[in-house]
Write a protein that binds this ligand. Structure first.
Ligand code: GLU
Length: 447
């Protein structure tokens, strides 16, 4: 087991073991969940536009399929390594169990900064990755999807390459989710993680009898997840006061006019002071920036005094080094693994609740499940129907996690407990481990 500082896989195993003990989970189940079932490492040579060959490193980690086919995204990022992939795959296993959808967990990635490649090089790399994975993926065994720096275009290249390799066999579209609508993608998938996260936040506030009006929010990360969440939160009456991307961000105490900021970014704008449109003066937006606007660093964003802090970028953002400075009243984790275990301990002492990633960002994989279902039955649903199923699912899952909550109030432990119970039930029924006297196959562990 890797114990390197801030190792995401160590974060996973330490929480797994701690929660396993506290709910008297079967030790063999915890042992099985502590290792991925299969690790695939591939070398990816591609021809650059210059004619030279460049070789990249790719991974697919299949963590557990006790509850259904492996499921999880593929990310293109310079930080991708085996430890990160193993953690992200394991979190997918827990996430699909928390929202109770019939999938296991996997994750893939390529160690690359995609900004360094042309579109044609990116397409060659995407195709090479799928060719190298071969029959390790497929609609009934492992279903990849977008993640950090991958999108529906990349899923389209994946689908085409997979289909070519499999002689254009039918049902091939169900091998990937997050596809473009024109290639069997689902309405609502693009915004699903954001809408799911917003629904979890609203349900949490409702269940804990807190007001929702005018709460201030800071969002770290302005990719698909962060920007969709910010936009939907803005529409639902929250006040998004700060946003940032990898280079830094903007803060306006009166709230930002998120749709205008998004529009400006789509037209090539950079997230700096020039895009600091205040929410209240829509007419001013685009003409001049407001004086109370501040350009801030990512670190400053995390430490703002806001009601809700939403890390929506990558792992290890809230660590032992900055957790003591966090002033938010609540944290909603839309990234995977943004909080280290040491930071979680500090936040627990400060009584700042953390709504964990494996619940908060599960909206994406939930609509991936709806996409896969639609592909398999070749019958497509309206966006309204999908969003309403998603909202219902996220509300139910939030209540399920809250009802697992222990007196310590740690919601990550509650979500792990719920997932472990569901996984234990499936593994006992499958006969993967021998039941102890206190385990009745077919029933969840007693509380
Ligand atoms: N990459 C997303 C996640 O981390 C979505 C995975 C999927 O849709 O399979 O949850």
């Amino acid at each position: 087991m890797s114990k390197k500082k801030n190792s995401p896989f160590f974060s996973f195993t330490s929480t797994l073991e701690q929660v396993g003990r506290s709910i008297d989970a079967h030790p063999d189940i915890i042992a099985l969940l502590s290792v991925p079932q299969k690790v695939i490492e591939v070398e990816l040579p591609i021809e650059k536009d210059t004619g030279e060959i460049a070789i990249y490193q790719g991974y697919r980690v299949q963590h557990n399929n006790a509850r259904g086919p492996y499921k999880g995204g593929v990310r293109f990022h310079p930080n991708v390594d085996l430890d990160e992939m193993k953690a992200l795959a394991a979190w997918m296993t827990l996430k699909t169990a928390v929202v109770n959808i019939p999938f296991g967990g996997a994750k893939g990635g390529i160690t690359i900064d995609p900004q360094q490649l042309s579109d044609r090089e990116l397409q060659r790399l995407a195709r090479r990755y799928i060719a190298q994975l071969g029959n390790n993926i497929g609609p009934t065994n492992d279903i990849p999807a977008p993640d950090v720096n991958t999108n529906s275009q990349i899923m389209a290249w994946f689908t085409d390459e997979y289909s070519r390799l499999n002689n254009h066999h039918e049902h091939i579209t169900a091998t990937f989710t997050g596809k473009p609508i024109a290639l069997g993608g689902s309405l609502g998938r693009e915004a699903a993680t954001g809408l799911g996260g917003l629904t979890v936040l609203q349900e949490y506030l409702a269940q804990t009898k807190q007001t929702q009006s005018n709460l201030t929010i800071a969002v770290q990360g302005f990719g698909n997840v962060g920007s969709n969440f910010a936009c939907l939160a803005d529409q639902s009456g929250f006040k998004v006061v700060a946003i940032s991307d990898a280079e830094g961000g903007i803060y306006h105490p009166q709230g930002l006019d998120i749709p205008s900021v998004i529009k400006a970014i789509q037209h090539g704008g950079k997230l700096d002071r020039n895009l600091c449109y205040p929410k209240l003066s829509v007419e001013q937006a685009g003409s001049s920036a407001d004086d109370s606007c501040q350009q801030i660093s990512n670190q400053e964003l995390l430490e703002l005094k806001v009601d809700v802090l939403v890390p929506a970028a990558i792992e290890n953002q809230i660590t032992a080094d900055n957790a003591a400075q966090i002033q938010a009243r609540l944290i909603l984790e839309l990234a995977n693994g943004p909080t280290t275990p040491a930071a979680q301990d500090i936040l627990d002492q400060k009584k700042i609740p953390v709504i964990p990633d494996i619940l908060a960002n599960a909206g994406g994989v939930t609509v991936s499940y709806y996409e896969w279902t639609q592909n398999i039955q070749n019958l497509y649903w309206s966006e309204k129907a999908i969003n309403s199923k998603l909202r219902q699912k996220m509300q139910e899952s939030t209540r399920d996690v809250l009802s697992e909550q222990s007196p310590s109030g740690n919601l990550r432990q509650a979500a792990y407990a719920l997932a472990i119970r569901r996984l234990q039930q499936s593994m006992l029924l499958r006969g993967w481990v021998r039941p102890r006297p206190q385990d009745t196959a077919g029933h969840s562990l007693s509380h």
